[in-house]
Ligand binder design. Structure first.
Ligand SMILES: [Zn+2]
Ligand SMILES: [Zn+2]
Length: 305
């Protein structure tokens, strides 16, 4: 596990942790559950980022394989709030397949032992998608509810869905505020990034977006900016129609470096990295060539705090 300490946590470095017994507990963690893209990759699950604060997990997107990563985060890294039945809050940036395919997996995993229903927040379309998941799992649900085995919460096979069709604060509780802001992602007219504010951190998640001024604005002074990227070297070698699509839908490394120079986040985390024929590390190298702030290329199960 790669764990990156943001430089502003001086208390622990100064040996003050002992006099601040709650600090370690309250510290917000960002756990990368999926750093991949639609391009099949044996090491990377589809897009998913978890913010863990005060014993609760807030998960952003659920790409293919992310539920398994959540189990690994709980069982290998000891991050209990990420055990699937403990996850209570899920937010979707947009409904592209690489951000949603493990939604049925999360909802269906051990639901009969789930105490609380999953709360799902997302753009218009999230409710219809959820109905599709219930249909897919209908025979399982019906049979388990008929079974003589006890079911912890008889509604837990269904999510509580809250759709939104405009930017703004979509969740505020437990000291955590989640704000959706619009991004520009190809032909999606309802794609969002998220700003998550906890008592000790501000985290901005780009979702999928082309170079976007709203992200630049939201990320100003953020502790952690989690941003997608496409390698300029890889992009250059694509056919002109694919080049045009990617400029319309994603952020090139040189563009992201310029954005980071303006926004100056404490830490820039690269995920959802498209690199095609270039090595994946080209993305990090290209950003670093134009930006000298803290920047890392995230792998699945990396933890930033
Ligand atoms: Zn997308
Ligand atoms: Zn995507």
């Amino acid at each position: 596990m790669k764990s990156k300490k943001a430089p502003f946590f001086l208390a622990a470095l100064l040996g003050l942790a002992a006099s601040l017994p709650m600090a370690a507990h309250a510290e917000t963690k960002v756990v990368m559950l999926g750093t991949g893209t639609p391009v099949p990759d044996s090491d990377r699950a589809g897009a998913s980022v978890a913010v863990v604060h005060d014993g609760e997990a807030y998960v952003f997107d659920m790409g293919a394989g992310a539920n398994k990563r959540a189990i690994q985060a709980a069982q290998r890294l000891g991050i209990e709030p990420l055990y699937p039945t403990h996850i209570k809050y899920l937010f979707f940036t947009h409904l592209h397949s690489d951000h949603i395919l493990d939604y049925p997996e999360l909802l269906g995993t051990y639901w009969w032992r789930r105490a609380d229903q999953l709360n799902v927040f997302g753009p218009v379309g999230t409710q219809a998608m959820s109905e599709g998941v219930y249909t897919m799992l209908a025979d399982d649900t019906e049979t388990r509810l008929k079974d003589k085995s006890p079911v912890t919460n008889r509604n837990a096979h269904r999510a509580i869905v809250q759709e939104f069709d405009a930017p703004g604060v979509v969740f505020e509780d437990n000291g955590v505020r989640v704000e959706a802001f619009p991004v520009t992602h190809g032909d999606w007219d309802k794609a969002y990034g998220y700003k998550v504010t906890t008592p000790d951190k501000t985290i901005v998640i780009s979702g999928d977006t082309s170079l976007n001024d709203e992200v630049r604005k939201q990320a100003k002074g953020a502790d952690i900016l989690v941003h997608e990227a496409i390698s300029h070297t890889g992009w250059e070698k694509l056919s002109s129609d694919w080049q045009a699509y990617h400029q319309y839908a994603h952020t090139l490394t040189n563009e992201l470096a310029d954005l980071a120079n303006d926004a100056q986040p404490q830490l820039l985390v690269l995920y959802h990295v498209l690199h095609y024929s270039a090595p994946v590390t080209s993305v990090l190298d290209e950003v670093k060539a134009r930006y000298d702030g803290n920047v890392v290329l995230a792998d699945d199960l990396d933890v930033f705090e």
